[in-house]
Structures are given as structure tokens and as C-alpha cells.
Design a binder for this molecule. Structure first.
Ligand code: HEC
Length: 137
């Protein structure tokens, strides 16, 4: 390379260099995209799975079918206003009172994220005063 060419190649405003940088940039994104897409699909919590795991792991026995809380306060209401995932994880691994402990071996972080995703879809029911049958009692 002669000295002029070398100088050109270092010049950030040189059009050819700009073009090359743009191509490298686009190529990098194109190469990273499939890996990113795979990571997204495998890491996205599944609420369908969560609903099943909630039953399978017996959360339902103490916390009710829709996270509405168990009979005679066997387990508190979980939804709506679901605890943040991290707080839920702490409760699973080190329950603060009477709840049985769920170690990683029995309930993985990803299973818990699925349960959390499902609980988060549960909406508050209408207030008694907004249900005609109850409002007119
Ligand atoms: C044997 C009954 C029982 C089972 C089974 C159970 N829990 Fe609990 N859970 C409780 C009780 C009781 C508490 C109140 C705090 C404590 O005792 O540690 C609680 C607290 C919680 C809390 C904190 C909410 C709050 O307001 O205190 C979360 C979140 C939770 N449970 C989620 C789950 C999930 C998810 C499962 C299933 C993987 C599960 N629990 C299984 C009884 C149970």
C-alpha cells in the first residue's frame, strides 16, 4: 500500500471506509440475529406450562385454583398483584414461615418463571357491588 492509500484507509470520512464499516456492521447483526432469536424463544416463560406446573407442584392445594388463596388461609392469595419473580424465588428457596421449601432440584428457576408468567395473567374479578346479583341483595 502506498502512503496515500494508507492515509485514505485511516481517514474516517473516506466514503469507501464508511461503506465498509456499514457492511461489517450489518453483517455482524445478520450473524447475531439467529442466535438471539433462539435465545429469545427458549428463555421466554410459558404461561401454558406455568398453569400445568402450578397444579403438578401442588401450589394449587394451598393457594387455590387461580392463585386466589386457599381454604382457611392454608396459603395466601397470589394473584392479582403477583410478587416480582425474584421475591417469589426467595420464598420458594427459603420460605419465611410454613410453606414447604421448593429446592432447585424440584422446581427449577425456569419452571418458576413459567408459573410466575401464568399467575401474572390472572386479572382481578369484579367487585361484589359491580355484580348485579350481589349488589341487589
Ligand atoms: C403446603 C401449602 C403450600 C404449598 C404446597 C405452596 N405454598 Fe406457597 N405459601 C404457603 C404459605 C402458608 C405461605 C405464607 C408464607 C409462608 O408460610 O412461608 C405461602 C407463601 C407463598 C408466596 C408469598 C406470597 C405471600 O403473600 O406470602 C408465594 C409467591 C408462594 N407461596 C408461591 C407458591 C408456589 C408457586 C407454590 C408451588 C410451587 C407454592 N407456593 C406451594 C403455602 C403453600
Amino acid at each position: 500500500m502506498n502512503s496515500l492509500a494508507r492515509q485514505l484507509s485511516r481517514d474516517p470520512n473516506n466514503e469507501e471506509n464508511k461503506m465498509m464499516r456499514a457492511k461489517i456492521f450489518l453483517l455482524t447483526i445478520a450473524m447475531a440475529a439467529p442466535a438471539w432469536a433462539i435465545a429469545q424463544t427458549t428463555n421466554t416463560p410459558s404461561m401454558e406450562r406455568g398453569k400445568i406446573l402450578y397444579q403438578k407442584n401442588m401450589c394449587v392445594a394451598c393457594h387455590g385454583t387461580a392463585g386466589n388463596g386457599g381454604e382457611r388461609t392454608s396459603g395466601p392469595r397470589l394473584a392479582p398483584n403477583v410478587w416480582p419473580l425474584e421475591a417469589m424465588k426467595t420464598q420458594m428457596r427459603n420460605p419465611r414461615l410454613d410453606m414447604p421449601r421448593y429446592g432447585e432440584k424440584f422446581l427449577s428457576d425456569s419452571d418458576l418463571a413459567d408459573i410466575h408468567a401464568w399467575l401474572s395473567t390472572i386479572k382481578a374479578g369484579p367487585k361484589a357491588k359491580d355484580i348485579p346479583l350481589l349488589a341487589n341483595l
